[in-house]
Design a protein around this ligand. Structure first.
Ligand code: NAI
Ligand code: MG
Length: 352
């Protein structure tokens, strides 16, 4: 079996963790023998943008379309405004390939300590609507610089968009032991889009009587995540809300550096994109200490998507063996480098 991967390291530590991720993937393919990865590198980061005036060249999405998956690092640089880099690269890919389901698992890996005393209770999957909502790109600025200057940022929710993310969330929740799905909205203050989210959720719920449901406002759910982590299993929320909740989830499970995410086009009309949830981390770029675990976990999700279930499981066990043995980068309180962690995971892959 051959899988084609578009590797897109992007900026900052993105290049460091993607290199580490590819090393681990190669070790897995060599160990398994049943599959091979054909990797093509795409240098579409902020340096490329400053040289060419665009992140994605003419026909770029067309080229990407041919790949089985996209392995993405992070985009963002101190030389380019963040809204330009985000809208220049990551959002056109996610939206262009209709990767509407963003899946973000969170749990505390062995040997890692959570800032919560009951952190071991964290075992969540946050489902983020990834194609519309608050990041639909709607709005504008008027009277720039005048005393009456104003701006709008209009969230757009479509029935199709909301229904498909709820259905996706129910399908995923159904496969888990707890079979519990929490709807997260803000339908007291936001009385149009969020009310529609709630309504459609309960319509879809009728098709999933085996999944327990409950509902929480987004502000209230943050306290529940911290105080009663065990009461949550799968959460479904809008683009903005889930963006915030998943950073909280990552921090509660030990570090932003360990959290993975998959941007899925569940119908598989287009390639899906796999990335760690962290950004390009200017403060540690070039120091060789970026935690690659989030990228490895991401790689495991990518292998699962490619149908390489054994390799995905083997990688997850190797990650857990490495974290359990205490090879930790500074964000987890250790002194290991990116290379130390990568080598530890590769060793466990070899010996598994
Ligand atoms: P960030 O995730 O880059 O960093 C936040 C903090 O977490 C920093 O102290 C950083 O050192 C630490 N951190 C992040 N990943 C780490 C890892 N793997 N190992 C160890 N420590 C890690 O978020 P920040 O600082 O808000 O953004 C920096 C840039 O990245 C901005 O340009 C932003 O727009 C971009 N960004 C891009 C994302 C993407 O491409 N998906 C996601 C988040 C931010
Ligand atoms: Mg985020």
């Amino acid at each position: 079996r051959v899988h084609t991967i578009a590797a897109m390291p992007g900026d900052g530590i993105g290049t460091e963790v993607i290199a580490a991720g590819l090393q681990v993937l190669e070790a897995l393919a060599a160990r398994d023998g049943g599959f091979r990865l054909e990797v093509e590198h795409f240098p579409w980061g902020s340096d490329y943008y400053q040289k060419h005036g665009h992140y994605i060249p003419e026909g770029g999405l067309e080229r990407l379309k041919a790949f089985d998956a996209i392995f993405f690092g992070a985009v963002g640089s101190q030389q380019v405004p963040d809204h330009v880099s985000l809208w220049g690269l990551r959002l056109p890919i996610a939206q262009g390939f209709d990767q509407y389901a963003n899946v973000r698992p969170a749990r505390v890996l062995p040997g890692v300590s959570s800032p919560l005393k009951n952190g071991q209770d964290i075992d969540w999957v946050i489902i983020r609507e990834n194609s519309e909502g608050e990041y639909a790109g709607n709005g504008g600025r008027v009277h720039r610089g005048l005393p009456i200057e104003a701006a709008t940022e209009t969230a757009v929710f479509t029935r199709t968009g909301v229904e498909r993310i709820h259905r996706f969330a129910f399908e995923l929740a159904r496969k888990r032991t707890a079979r519990h799905l929490t709807l997260v909205t803000k339908s007291n203050a936001q009385r149009f889009g969020m009310v529609m989210w709630d309504e459609i959720f309960y319509e879809v719920a009728k098709d999933y009587p085996d999944v327990k449901t409950d509902r929480e406002l987004v502000d209230a759910v943050t306290t529940r995540m911290v105080l009663k982590p065990k009461t949550l299993d799968v959460l479904v929320a809008t683009n903005l809300h889930a963006d915030i909740l998943s950073d909280l989830a990552a921090a509660l499970s030990g570090s932003l550096g360990i959290a993975p995410t998959a941007n899925l086009n569940p119908e598989r009309q287009f390639p899906s994109m796999f990335e760690p949830i962290h950004g390009s981390a200017f403060d540690i770029t070039g120091k060789g200490i970026a935690n690659p675990i989030g990228t490895f976990w991401t790689a495991s999700m990518m292998l699962e998507h490619l149908g390489e279930f054994d390799a995905a499981r083997r990688l997850m066990s190797a990650i857990e063996a490495a974290t359990a043995s205490g090879v930790h980068t500074p964000d987890l309180g250790g002194r290991a480098t990116t290379a130390d962690v990568t080598n530890a995971v590769c060793d466990h892959i070899g010996s598994a």
